[in-house]
Design a protein around this ligand. Structure first.
Ligand code: AMP
Length: 464
């Protein structure tokens, strides 16, 4: 998880990047940074915390330049320290290069050990630095050839932006696991993790960057090339389920509409008799609306979120996470008292949130609490940047659905099936080739079947 944004050829490059990062804030709250390019001079500002904490108007003023890239970070690889804050940038024999990365490399550990043995020195622990070293060592004179050569060594997920003295380069891994879209703002090209940032700055969406595509933006316009002859689409389903903003469109599918449809399918698969439907804000509201509409049961605001508290997972320890849930949500007694309540959530990962909410709803007077989850049980770790943690911590990897129901104290519990989830999004088999099992999505966290090789050690070794 992380958000990236880039803009080329705009006199307000840093200011617009700052607004875009605000729109992408949900993708990472641990740090934020902008690097602007003023005719080959890089101006940067980065820091730990939210976009609003890191930047002031005065700081933005100092970021002179006509192109810029920005990043908001949620640390999946690399501890949350200033050295790991992105964009990273450096000066080397080809000039300046700044890099912003969303995703997670599964072979970063191996590559890093190899590079270190050969004398490379690393400043932080993030996997993105590995890409920087590979580019610096490439024999190619030209930046995009060096970038292409380096990317061919990376495994895992990456939606990356590279800003050199004269170019902005956008690239998506051969599976297109993390989203990345291209847009236009008057004479400027913009690239963003999510289209919601385009709406914020008034840019027009052009298209998604294709899996395995590298787009070069220069003063002469854009050119496109491939980093692989064998792209195979595997868009992360969790972007639709939980992570992305409802007003964003990924691969042409609006996130809110997709979630609402998941809610409808969920009712069809697991109907229930109840008085009121409520969703866990914010990510489950769309699914709850869909469920209620399909069920003909009123949708109500049964749970309220304290909007000044970030996502609970952001806190590192289990103890803090548990306290986080209570700080974050409250039940609306007037809505749930004396009622049979259906509580919709988008996912159960460790089982902490659902248990607390069921409890909260009962304390507020609900007579029955039926939990419906608008995704399948998360049974496997994600290695591509969604922080669903180690398998031992995933409740569905260790308990049956009945045991989970008991654990969270619900009257009934049901999850959406993987088949219905994929049917809802619609299969995207254009890049599947002969593979009959390929749906066009990465469903690894639900099925354990991953689009790339997995090197187990890589996820936790650099960091925990
Ligand atoms: P848990 O309490 O561990 O079962 O987490 C499930 C809750 O966290 C759900 O309400 C989700 O909306 C939310 N969630 C799911 N995946 C993530 C994630 N990777 N990071 C943060 N929150 C998540």
């Amino acid at each position: 998880m992380c958000g990236v944004f880039g803009i080329f050829n705009n006199k307000n490059a840093a200011q617009l990047t700052y607004y875009a990062l605000y729109a992408l804030q949900h993708r990472g709250q641990e740090s934020a940074g902008i690097v602007a390019n003023d005719n080959g001079n890089l101006n940067s500002h980065k820091g730990l915390g939210l976009v609003a904490d890191v930047f002031t108007e005065e700081k933005i003023e100092t970021l002179k330049g006509t192109s810029a890239i920005g990043h908001v970070r949620y640390s999946t690889t690399g501890i949350n320290s200033l050295q790991n804050v992105q964009p990273i940038f450096f000066n080397y024999r080809r000039g300046n290069l700044a890099i912003a990365h969303n995703g997670n490399l599964v072979n970063a550990h191996q590559l890093r050990s190899h590079l270190e043995r050969q004398g490379s020195i690393f400043q932080g622990t993030s996997d993105t630095e590995v890409a920087a070293h590979l580019i610096a060592r490439s024999g190619y004179e030209n930046t995009e050839e060096a970038v292409k050569e380096s990317l061919s060594m990376l495994k895992g997920s990456y939606a990356m932006l590279f800003m050199s003295d004269t170019k902005l380069i956008a690239v998506r891994d051969p599976n297109g696991i993390r989203p990345l879209s291209l847009g236009k703002l008057n004479g400027s090209y913009v690239v963003s993790s999510e289209t919601c940032a385009f709406d914020t700055i008034g840019a027009t969406y052009i298209r998604d960057v294709e899996p395995g595509e590298i787009i070069m933006i220069t003063k002469d316009g854009i050119t496109s090339d491939r980093i692989t002859s064998f792209p195979k689409r595997a868009t992360c389903v969790f972007e639709y389920i939980y992570f992305a903003r409802p007003d964003s469109n990924i691969e042409g599918l609006n996130v809110h509409s997709a979630r609402k449809e998941l809610g409808k399918k969920l009712f069809q698969e697991a109907p229930v008799v109840a008085d009121v439907v409520t969703g866990v804000p914010d990510s489950s509201i769309s699914a709850a609306i869909g469920f209620a509409e399909e069920a003909g049961i009123p949708y109500e605001l049964g749970l309220i979120k304290n909007r000044y508290i970030g996502r609970t997972f952001i806190q590192p320890s289990q103890e803090l996470r548990e306290r986080g849930v209570r700080l974050k949500l409250s039940a609306v007694r007037k809505v749930v008292e004396g009622k049979r309540v259906v509580m919709i959530d988008d996912s159960i990962v460790r089982g902490t949130t659902s248990g607390r909410i069921v409890n909260m709803l009962r304390e507020a007077g609900a007579t029955e609490v039926h939990v419906r989850i608008s995704s399948p049980p998360v049974t496997h770790s994600c290695y591509y940047g969604i922080d669903t943690s180690a398998r031992e911590e995933l409740i569905a990897a260790n308990k049956t659905i009945e045991e989970i129901r008991e654990h969270i104290g619900a009257d009934s519990l049901a999850f959406l099936s993987t088949d219905e989830m994929i049917n809802t999004f619609g299969e995207r088999t254009d890049l599947c080739g002969e593979d009959k099992n390929c749906s066009g999505y990465c469903e690894g966290c639900f099925t354990g079947s991953y689009p790339t090789e997995i090197i187990e050690q890589s996820k936790f070794s650099l960091e925990r």
